[in-house]
Design a binder for this molecule. Sequence first.
Ligand code: NAD
Length: 317
Amino acid sequence: MNKKKIIVTGSCGFIGFHVCKCLIENNFKVIGIDNLDNYYDVKIKIRRLNLLRKDANFKFYKKSILDRSLNKLVSKIKPNLIINLAAQPGVRYSFKNPQKYIDTNIKGFLNILEIMKDNKINKLIYASSSSVYGNSKKFPSRESMPLKPENLYGLTKIFNEDMAKFYSQKFLISSVGLRFFTVYGKLGRPDMFIPKVINNMKKGKIIDLYNNGNHHRDFTYVDDISSVINDIANNLLKSRKSNHEVFNLCYGNTVKIGKVIREVSKNLNIKPNIRNKKFQLGDMYKTYGSNRKISKKYKFKNLIDITRGLKEVIDYD
Ligand SMILES: NC(=O)c1ccc[n+]([C@@H]2O[C@H](COP(=O)([O-])OP(=O)(O)OC[C@H]3O[C@@H](n4cnc5c(N)ncnc54)[C@H](O)[C@@H]3O)[C@@H](O)[C@H]2O)c1
């Protein structure tokens, strides 16, 4: 039987890499697209790419999702499904370079939707974010709650959800939007808290703790994210309905970030060197999601907790 073809944009990124790996292991043919953007060290993206390239069921194209010529490539590939994980991520950077968020997250996403419409590809999974909730007072955050983002990044994700819904209603593109909550795992993003803590502790460098460490996060292990995406992909490929749905994708608990530092310190047997810093504009005090909606529809159990997840990441490094 012919393998189904899935295009994954942002394939050299942190989540994209793990999703590609998981889809290949689950018998899909995966076509990765990434422009190897230099928002963080490109070496880690090349490392991920080289690991993916070891498998004959993975093909890669260095291209931007903003590039109109992507249309020709997609029409040649004729994928059964597109997973859009290419984006400009990061909260603090959205205050420095807002234009990049509009370009990649809005114009790039629009290009993907238009290419799908032109080529009659009608199944899409895309990344949203817990940033859409902002600083709400009620927890756990549920999909039905009001959205009040604290930064432009979160705003672009809300617009992505609206765009996907519009294209599903008008052009019958079935889509699933996933609000990821602080994802961590092997070969993680060097601009994020957990990789920074591990790297700085190993090198004896200072670890900056914003808001004096009074932040809570719903840390979600990347392998849990990729296995749910694999399940959603299988489900979407079988479905004949045109629909648009949005789900939280989270561990479903919250951890004070001081606990992360203690666990990393215990695993590495190194004393941390901490510098307290004030609250940063656009940050969220706490994230804590409910995964009730997604767990009713998709395989979602035995999630990896922070203690086990951190150990796996540190042992891999
Ligand atoms: N990591 C998290 O905790 C988290 C949380 C919530 C949402 N998300 C979302 O998940 C998705 C993946 O995030 P990630 O953590 O893997 O980030 P990442 O930066 O590691 O991956 C994004 C990838 O997209 C690529 N890219 C950027 N602009 C591009 C363009 N114009 N064309 C093609 N490729 C482009 C980058 O080179 C990168 O490899 C993003 O949409 C992000 O907003 C991530």
